[in-house]
Ligand binder design. Sequence first.
Ligand code: NAG
Ligand code: NAG
Ligand code: NAG
Ligand code: NAG
Ligand code: NAG
Ligand code: NAG
Length: 337
Amino acid sequence: MLFLSFGVLTSLVSSVAAFNAAGGSLRARRALHEDHDKRLFKFSSVDSYRGEDFLNDTLWSFSTLADPTGGQVEYVSGADAQGKGLAYVQSDGKAVLRVDSWTNLPLGARRNSVRISSRKAFNHSLVVADFASVPSSCSVGAGFWANGPDWPHNGGVLIVEGANLKSSNQFTFHAGANQTCNVPKQAPLIGGDRIFTAEVLNTNCTGETGCSFYDPSGKFFGRSLNDAGGGVFALLRNRSGFKIWFFERQSIPIDISSGDPDPYSWPPPHALLSADDCNIDSSFSPQTIILDTAICGDQASSDYPNSGCNGSCTQQVTDGQNYVGAQWVINYIDVYN
Ligand SMILES: *[C@@H]1O[C@H](CO)[C@@H](O)[C@H](O)[C@H]1NC(C)=O
Ligand SMILES: *[C@@H]1O[C@H](CO)[C@@H](O)[C@H](O)[C@H]1NC(C)=O
Ligand SMILES: *[C@@H]1O[C@H](CO)[C@@H](O)[C@H](O)[C@H]1NC(C)=O
Ligand SMILES: *[C@@H]1O[C@H](CO)[C@@H](O)[C@H](O)[C@H]1NC(C)=O
Ligand SMILES: *[C@@H]1O[C@H](CO)[C@@H](O)[C@H](O)[C@H]1NC(C)=O
Ligand SMILES: *[C@@H]1O[C@H](CO)[C@@H](O)[C@H](O)[C@H]1NC(C)=O
């Protein structure tokens, strides 16, 4: 990454006090934004997961392990996923990862699904993921996240997480056992703006629960997201920490659409873990990215009784028709370094 005015900006965002004392720098920053030739920084390379190459074996590994959250799911290999029509690229270039929605099963049997991890791990970077559709079905838990080895010890960031018929997304940061990482219960204000805009559910990032945020609008997940044609999620990691944004389809920044993203020009993120509140580089190793559709795992099962879904989670699994909406439709995932 190429940083201009790096020191000035770092002090500007690193604390409210520094920000208030730095009105001059703020004007300088605004001036830079008005001049598109004077960008604060540009990313130097991109790993692109899109189009007919999306499923290339060099990019992803398909997990065939049992669901670590105890789900009633059978994760299939890459060859099986493609052979059985659970992973494919459509003629319009969108990639699809889906649950088997055509086989009926006896009570208690596991249903076929797909869980993939990027072969590459990313350190400081910007992940931009455009989903046309996310899995939304009773008994299903969907996740798009990043983590290091031996979760949660090398950190993890859930960018998309939801289950059953939910339409509100949850963002979560997990830091390893001996790390002290917390987010504030209320977003501090900078210049009258909240520094993040989602609501905090849990402030302690350490361990398996993690610190989490949800979108009160109920537009970032499930049916409401899918009916609106999906949208773009972005995760930025730099020396200041992590930021996560969601953009509805009609408000995707032009710099994202043009493949030259400029997070400095974006509105405040929805979720944020500041390097002031966490030693990010010791808590989070470089992270692989994962797409998962689980069935009756911890997430969907614990939510099930209050989900508005029929019967029990395990009864739901028997009928293939319940899984027609259980699919990721991915326009692209780009990781800028
Ligand atoms: C997968 O990607 C590699 C490296 O870009 C390329 O050489 C190979 O032909 C691709 N495989 C397929 C099946 O497209
Ligand atoms: C990740 O990037 C940061 C900033 O460039 C660097 O200090 C750190 O050593 C990197 N971590 C690893 C494991 O490469
Ligand atoms: C956490 O600290 C304890 C005590 O020092 C140590 O035994 C343990 O291995 C550490 N765990 C990790 C994941 O570093
Ligand atoms: C955060 O959670 C960890 C793991 O459960 C715990 O050890 C630690 O004391 C908690 N920190 C605070 C500030 O509550
Ligand atoms: C990290 O990126 C954000 C863009 O939202 C920027 O405001 C911040 O200054 C960057 N931090 C560093 C250390 O460059
Ligand atoms: C529950 O079952 C009824 C009757 O079969 C059906 O009409 C309804 O759509 C089901 N509700 C859900 C949430 O699946």
